[in-house]
Design a protein around this ligand. Structure first.
Ligand code: P6P
Length: 330
């Protein structure tokens, strides 16, 4: 029994002596939400939950019913516990205030409840991403200023991957740790302690269909990655699932670079800063890698809008810094 390490025990053992449990319990709330969402996504093909909810979310994207369910599940689990002062979700235009009848807490939760939802209908893995900040002014109820913080201020970040198995991977600044959901026990068990990015990268991940939309510098970077024109790039394979959390997770385990650059039609790229790029950049740096918008660390970007997007390069530091080098040629 001593070998089995539940996520609750691990979170508890990791908390500093000075902690009073609010942060620890918040992480466990997220694990609970992950289990409930996993239960739905694993049965999506069986329930009348596939197909489009008909609504269009603020990103102008058709909202899948699972998107709605995941968003509402996370808010329902976290809005009354007294651990948060405010939340922000990819699915909601404005910040999510804690109802006045509940005590407010000292943390901020930002999340993308179900990224890559267009993959649901074709049974490709999808994922949730979250980040946790401290409220800036503890005496006030949550405000937009509490949410619009650079990712360097994160106190924790993680993702849930709903794939062949359900995994929750997170960091509180003391390394990156992965847990796999044991369906019989209904518990996340420690399966990937202290995850580190391999020195030798295996994959580059990008949607090559947009090559002609990239700047000349990024086109040159892509050519370099492919070993063209005497490139000294390491030999890698191309892998791109079109589901950010899946591409990120595979590259974290095997090494490589994922990038979604700016395009002529998407000058800020597609990936959202606050609840996708920022938390993943925090995790990647904890695992020994690096994330950039092509000019600076993602961790240092000061958000100005809730749903702002950013060009995104993440993975082995040498590969991401190479992107910055080529980007400077533009
Ligand atoms: P494209 C999914 O919609 C998503 O936000 C990410 O999960 C994924 O990495 C990206 O978009 C895929 O975008 O333009 O290549 O289909």
């Amino acid at each position: 029994m001593t070998k089995i390490q539940t996520i609750e025990r691990f979170i508890f053992d990791q908390q500093p002596e000075t902690a009073h449990g609010e942060f620890t319990n918040l992480l466990y709330d997220i694990a609970l939400a992950a289990k409930l969402i996993a239960h739905k996504t694993n049965r999506a093909g069986l329930l009348d939950i596939l197909g489009r909810a008909g609504d269009v979310n603020i990103q102008g994207e058709e909202q899948q019913k699972l998107d709605v369910f995941a968003d509402e599940m996370i808010v329902h689990i976290c809005d009354h516990t007294g651990r948060l002062c405010v939340m922000a979700s990819e699915e909601r235009e404005e910040i999510i205030h804690i109802p006045k009848k509940y005590k407010k807490g000292s943390y901020v939760l930002v999340f993308d409840p179900l990224d890559g939802s267009s993959n649901i209908d074709v049974n490709v893995s999808i994922g949730a991403v979250f980040g946790i900040y401290r409220c800036i002014d503890w005496n006030l109820r949550g405000r937009i200023e509490d949410v619009l913080q650079p990712a360097r201020n994160l106190v924790a970040a993680g993702y849930v991957l709903f794939g062949s198995s359900t995994m929750m991977v997170y960091s509180t600044g003391n390394g990156v740790h992965g847990f796999t959901l044991d369906l019989e026990l209904g518990e996340f068990l420690l399966s990937h302690p202290d995850m580190h990015l391999p020195e030798m990268p295996a994959y580059y991940s990008v949607n090559w269909a947009y090559y002609d939309q990239w700047s000349p510098g990024i086109q040159a970077y892509a050519d370099w990655l492919q070993g063209r024109g005497g490139s000294d790039a390491p030999t890698m394979s191309a892998r791109y699932i079109g589901s950010l959390v899946s591409d990120f997770h595979r590259n974290l385990l095997r090494g490589g670079v994922f990038f979604y650059p700016a395009e002529v039609s998407k000058p800020s790229g597609k990936i959202r800063l606050l609840y996708e790029a920022g938390p993943l950049a925090f995790l990647m740096e904890q695992a020994g890698g690096y994330a950039s918008d092509g000019r600076q660390s993602i961790l240092d970007i000061e958000p100005t809008e809730l749903h702002q997007r950013t060009p995104f390069f993440i993975g082995n530091r040498t590969l991401v810094e190479k992107a910055e080098f080529f980007r400077q040629q533009d």
